[in-house]
Every structure is written in structure tokens, then in C-alpha cells.
Design a binder for this molecule. Structure first.
Ligand code: PRX
Length: 650
């Protein structure tokens, strides 16, 4: 592996964890007294309304309960408790794509959230435990809405604004939401776009009748249809609500939010996170992994529709009383220097983004960063997919000036917060490695029986002990929760959490993530199940049968590759256009296929199972090492390979 980058010694002096000895000491503490380690953190970090009586209840494993009996409200942790010392500090700096800015102090955030919480209660009858869907652009009201739900104990479920009406409908139905909060639209690439029509379409469909309330934030003031009695305008109503609202007293284990994510089979699953464990870990990781200090400005470029936006735009930064930045638009508008310009103007200190964005800005705007003063930066983060050496070195050198550590954070929707990541003042960094598990996180690379893999050999990435911010359930489907996460791997005979990722130790024990071991693909950092895409593809009237796999891509990481068996006379180019229209309609633009290959049949076993692994080998240009003689029609592999070669040449 490549060179090791030692932490900057001057910087390390101000870091919370200053060297590897301190890191190892913390790890040791957590290994020797697991309960005591978490107990201390929970007491130190959370401002409890009432203390808990039990740190961890394992009696219903794998439905673990943390900090049992404790009472709190996440908004008190994120806003209320800061009013004593930080009422005039910027909680949020928001920048619209058009360059307009809104700066919301902690006191103003408190009032905004209270007003919205009152509106949800008074106008829409939302109570503790009710589900509310948020289908929002990147505007401050998305943050207010999340926190307003948390204030009154409602469970929010944010649906990424890039999802289609169909995908939105599925999430409304699965969560049985009482209300949808949306916006007319926002701005992207300099032009207004609309979200509200998607909500109209979703709610018109069968099965959605129970959800008959919509709150619309006016952002771009484009024309939208208003359904009388169902749709209400936030901007008109909010002014009548009081800015005082008592927080609902929540149990540690009361749900905070659901976030739908893709699995290897079936429909997206509603990952459930509960209050206390989630907020404590969001805060702890902000403090330690990014080492944010009092006057710092922290910017995470994710969308609030993903877990990264939840934990590191909203909950983590606010829980620690930091200033968080939110940006409405795309990094390319009005030019490739937009982000670097924002870093210069806002004097951003920690910047957190995805490798796919780094690759895009590197490839098409390589000279841009040198036009800006990026000297305020102290820590750079990445998330969502492996970072390749080219992108890493460019990010390190051109954005971080060679002085900022690159914090490669491995985690998932299900883990709530970072699991494996370097600590900026302590960990010697190797490009391409997320390095070591955070203190208290018992991540191991094992075989299915829990034996640790030797260096250089791929294994399964498991978390062998429960941790406070872990997924609590799949909404409405506890059996799926157990089978998705606790059925593949064991440790000492007991089921343990399997992430779905493969990984490997190097000779120094550094962890290298090798990618998903299941049928989940990662397109531009967006996680999608190939089964979910296949289910949409087969709705195409000209497609008889199809298989979807991921295919490597220099910018997006992976792209969607469809093998389709079609009716006679269908042409490949036309098929791709109509298929992509369908995918946009059923899932959203992120599911568009970059490659569509028409094939005469799919490789199947004699029992009819499609051998996707072989198709993945072809799409990834990997040699086929598997025995294909047991296939129903082994010759099909050569035929598909030839068709593939022909298409790639043309
Ligand atoms: O495969 C891993 C990849 O992203 C998956 C989780 O996706 P999602 O739940 O959407 O959450 C993304 C943001 C936390 C993981 O199973 N992944 C995440 N971080 C990394 C990564 N792969 C390699 N390196 C990472 N740092």
C-alpha cells in the first residue's frame, strides 16, 4: 500500500484525541468495560430530562435497547441547551444556488422549530409516534421540519427529492404517514424545478388515500396546483403560530426517524433510529472525527434525504453547538469553482463530501481550486464509497494544501454515524483506507463463524457488539430486520451485525473496504438494490426478462448495467431511451441505466436462478472463474460475452 500520512503535530495539539496512544487507551477502556465506556459517554454527552437505569438491555437481542428508562428530547440536545451560551451563534448558514444567504442563529432556530412544531400539532393533529414524510429541497425549512417533528415526538421520514412519485408513494404507504411536508420546488443549475407535482401524483394513487394533508413551503414561487382542503401553504400559516413550544418528553428508545434504504432483495426498507443512542453518537463523532471547535464552520455537502445529511448537516453539528452549512444547488453552478468559492467566503474549516463529487470536480475543474483561498480548511472528509488514489491525492493536495488530513469515514444508513474512520490528530492515514474502528465500535473482518481473517484476505465486515446508534428495526418488518442483518455472521455462536460489505486488513491492521458482497450497487454514492431496479425494468412492455448489475465508472463509481431479453424487432438505442424514461418514473433519475445490452437469454441454473455473478463478471471485464457447466445453457455466456464486446467496440 501507498505512503502513510502522519497527522500534523501542531494541529494534533488542539485535537480531542492527540495521538495513537490516546486512541488505543480509549479502545482498551471500551474492551475492558464495554458498559462503563458507553455509560460514561452518555452521561457526559446527553442533557437528560431524567436519567436512565440500564445502559444496555440485551434480553431481546438483536432488538437491543440502550439507556433504558432515560428521558430526553433530541431538540433540547440540539437547540434548547445551547441557548444559555450560544443564542446568537449561527446554527445554520444556508446558501441558495442564486447566491442568497440565510443565517439562522440558535435562538432563531429555536423559534422557527417551535412555530413549526405548533403548526404540526394545531393544524394537522400530529402527535407523538405519528409519521410525517418530508419531500424537501435543500432549504432551511427541511431542517426546521425534521426538528419540529422531533420536538413533538413525531417520526420523520425524509425522502430524497430525486425520487419519483412512485418511490414517494411506496414510502408514504409503508410508513402510513399522516402528513407530507414539501416545497413548491427549488433551484438547480440556475433554473427552477418543481417537487410538489410529484406529491400530487403520489397521493392520487391507490393505497395513499389515508394521507390527506400536505404542507407546502414556498421557495421558488413557481405555479403549483393546490388541492383545496388538503394542501396548505407554510408561509401563510407559520406566522400565526406561537414561538414557544414545550418539548415532548421522549424515552431513550422512542423512534426519532425512519430512513428508507435499499437492500439486496425486495422493496426499500425503513431503517428505524431511536432517540438517545443516535443523538449521542452523532454528537460524539462530530467532535472526534472532525474535531470541530467552537468558532469553526462545518460543511457537509450531502443531501438531507440521505443519512449523511441527517447525521452531519442536522443532528450532529447542532447537538455539539456548531455552525453547519447547507447549500441548495449543484457544485457546477455557475461554474466548477462554486464550492471552493463558498469555502473561501464562509471560511469553512471542515469539509465533508463524497468521492464521486471529488472525481467530478477533479476531472472537469482541476484548475479551479487554485483560484480560491482555501487556507481556512483544517479537516477534509469523504463518505459513501471507496476513494481512488487519483481523487485522494488531488483532494489532499489541491483542496487541503497537503496539510489537511483526509478522513475517510466508513458507515451506513443502518449504523447512524461513523464506524471506521481516522481521527484527525492521531491516526497516520493511508489513502484508500478508512483505517481503524472508532473507540467503542467492535468492527471485525471475519468469516461467517466469526474467525478473524488474516491480512490480505477478503472477509465480511461485521460489528460484533451492539452500539448505541445502531438500527433498531425495519419499520413494520422485524423478521426482515433479523434476516437482513443478523443471519449471516456469528461470533462465539451468537448472531452479530453483518454490514453487507466485504473488507480486508492490510499488514498493519488497516481496514480496506472492498465493496458490497450482495446485490446492492453504489451509483455516485447512492445506494440501490439491483432487485429494486429489475422490478421496475420488467414493467417495460418490450422486455420479457432482465438482470441488473453494477458496472465500474470513472466518475460515478458504479453505473447501472441492464441485460435485457426483449420482444422481436426491438432496437438497442430506442430501448435505452424508453427504459430510462421508465426508470426515472418508477425510481428517479439516479436509477438510469448507462448500459443496456440486448441478449437472447440470461445464464440460469437448472433450477431457474439467474447467475448474476457471471453477468457482473462480464460487465466488470473480469475473468469468469466459476464453473459454468451446471448452467441450463452454458453457451449463453459466450454469446453474451460476444454481444458485450461488439457493443463496447461500437
Ligand atoms: O458499501 C458501503 C458504502 O456505502 C454503503 C452504505 O450506504 P448508505 O447506507 O447509503 O450510507 C452512505 C453514507 C454513510 C456501505 O455499505 N460506503 C460507505 N462509506 C464508505 C463506503 N465504501 C467505502 N468507503 C467508505 N468510506
Amino acid at each position: 500500500m501507498s505512503k502513510v500520512f502522519e497527522p500534523n503535530r501542531e494541529y494534533a495539539k488542539q485535537a480531542r484525541i492527540k495521538n495513537m496512544c490516546e486512541y488505543k487507551e480509549l479502545r482498551l477502556q471500551s474492551e475492558e468495560d464495554y458498559i462503563g465506556f458507553w455509560d460514561k459517554l452518555a452521561k457526559e454527552k446527553v442533557e437528560w430530562f431524567e436519567p436512565y437505569h440500564t445502559v444496555l438491555d440485551e434480553s431481546g437481542a438483536p432488538f437491543y435497547k440502550w439507556f433504558v428508562g432515560g428521558k430526553l428530547n433530541v431538540t433540547h440536545q440540539c437547540i434548547g441547551r445551547h441557548l444559555k451560551t450560544r443564542k446568537n451563534k449561527a446554527a445554520l448558514i444556508w446558501e441558495g444556488e442564486d447566491g442568497s444567504r440565510r443565517i439562522i442563529t440558535y435562538l432563531l432556530l429555536y423559534y422557527r422549530v417551535n412555530r413549526m412544531a405548533n403548526l404540526l400539532k394545531n393544524k394537522f393533529g400530529i402527535k407523538k409516534g405519528d409519521r410525517v414524510i418530508l419531500y424537501m429541497p435543500m432549504i432551511p425549512e427541511a431542517m426546521f421540519a425534521m426538528l419540529a417533528c422531533a420536538k413533538i415526538g413525531a417520526i420523520h421520514s425524509v425522502v430524497f427529492g430525486g425520487f419519483s412519485a412512485e418511490a414517494l408513494r411506496d414510502r408514504i404507504i409503508d410508513s402510513e404517514a399522516k402528513l407530507v411536508i414539501t416545497a413548491d420546488g427549488a433551484f438547480r443549475r440556475g433554473t427552477p424545478y418543481l417537487l410538489k407535482p410529484m406529491v400530487d401524483k403520489a397521493l392520487e394513487q391507490e393505497g395513499c388515500e389515508f394521507c390527506n394533508q400536505v404542507l407546502v413551503v414556498r421557495r421558488n414561487f413557481e405555479h403549483i396546483d393546490i388541492v383545496e382542503g388538503r394542501d396548505f401553504i407554510y408561509n401563510d400559516l407559520i406566522v400565526h403560530e406561537s414561538q414557544h413550544c414545550e418539548p415532548e418528553v421522549m424515552d431513550s428508545e422512542d423512534p426519532l426517524f425512519l430512513l428508507y434504504t435499499s437492500g439486496s432483495t425486495g422493496k426499500p426498507k425503513g431503517v428505524q433510529h431511536n432517540s438517545a443512542g443516535y443523538i449521542m453518537w452523532a454528537q460524539y463523532t462530530m467532535e472526534h472525527v472532525f474535531n470541530v471547535t467552537e468558532n469553526d464552520t462545518f460543511w457537509c455537502t450531502a443531501d438531507v434525504g440521505w443519512i449523511t445529511g441527517h447525521s452531519y448537516i442536522v443532528y450532529g453539528p447542532l447537538a455539539m453547538g456548531a455552525t453547519t452549512v447547507m447549500y441548495e444547488g449543484v457544485p457546477q453552478y455557475p461554474n466548477m469553482g462554486r464550492w471552493w468559492n463558498m469555502i473561501e467566503e464562509l471560511r469553512v474549516n471542515q469539509f465533508y463530501t463524497a468521492p464521486t463529487a471529488i472525481r467530478l470536480l477533479h476531472k472537469t475543474g482541476a484548475d479551479e481550486p487554485s483560484k480560491y483561498d482555501l487556507s481556512s480548511l483544517k479537516v477534509l472528509g469523504t463518505v459513501g464509497e471507496p476513494i481512488d488514489p487519483d481523487a485522494w491525492h488531488w483532494y489532499h493536495q489541491e483542496i487541503g494544501g497537503g496539510r489537511c488530513p483526509i478522513i475517510d469515514t466508513w458507515w451506513q444508513t443502518e449504523t447512524g454515524g461513523h464506524m471506521i474512520a481516522p481521527l484527525p490528530g492521531a491516526t497516520p492515514i493511508k489513502p484508500g483506507s478508512a483505517t481503524f474502528p472508532l473507540p467503542g465500535i467492535m468492527a471485525e473482518i471475519t468469516d461467517e463463524e466469526g474467525n478473524i481473517m488474516p491480512a490480505g484476505e477478503k472477509g465480511l465486515l461485521c460489528i460484533v457488539k451492539p452500539w448505541p446508534s445502531m438500527i433498531r428495526n425495519i419499520w413494520g418488518d422485524p423478521d426482515r430486520f433479523v434476516s437482513s442483518y443478523f443471519s449471516q455472521c456469528k461470533k462465539d455462536g451468537k448472531p452479530v451485525y453483518f454490514s453487507g460489505d466485504g473488507a480486508m486488513y492490510d499488514d498493519d491492521g488497516y481496514i480496506i473496504i472492498t465493496g458490497r458482497t450482495d446485490d446492492v450497487i453504489n451509483v455516485s454514492g447512492h445506494r440501490m438494490g439491483t432487485a429494486e431496479i429489475e422490478a421496475a425494468v420488467v414493467h417495460h412492455e418490450q422486455i420479457a426478462e432482465a438482470a441488473v448489475v453494477g458496472c465500474p465508472d470513472p466518475i460515478k463509481g458504479e453505473t447501472v448495467f441492464v441485460y435485457a431479453v426483449v420482444n422481436d424487432g426491438v432496437k438497442s438505442d430506442e430501448l435505452k431511451v424508453s427504459l430510462n424514461k421508465l426508470l426515472v418514473k418508477e425510481i428517479g433519475p439516479i436509477a438510469k441505466a448507462d448500459h443496456v445490452l440486448i441478449v437472447p437469454g440470461l445464464p440460469k441454473t437448472r433450477s431457474g436462478k439467474v447467475m448474476r455473478r457471471l453477468l457482473r463478471n462480464i460487465a466488470k471485464k473480469e475473468p469468469i472463474t466459476q464453473d459454468i457447466s451446471t448452467l441450463e445453457e452454458p453457451e449463453i455466456i459466450d454469446t453474451i460475452q460476444e454481444l458485450y464486446n461488439k457493443q463496447m467496440k461500437s
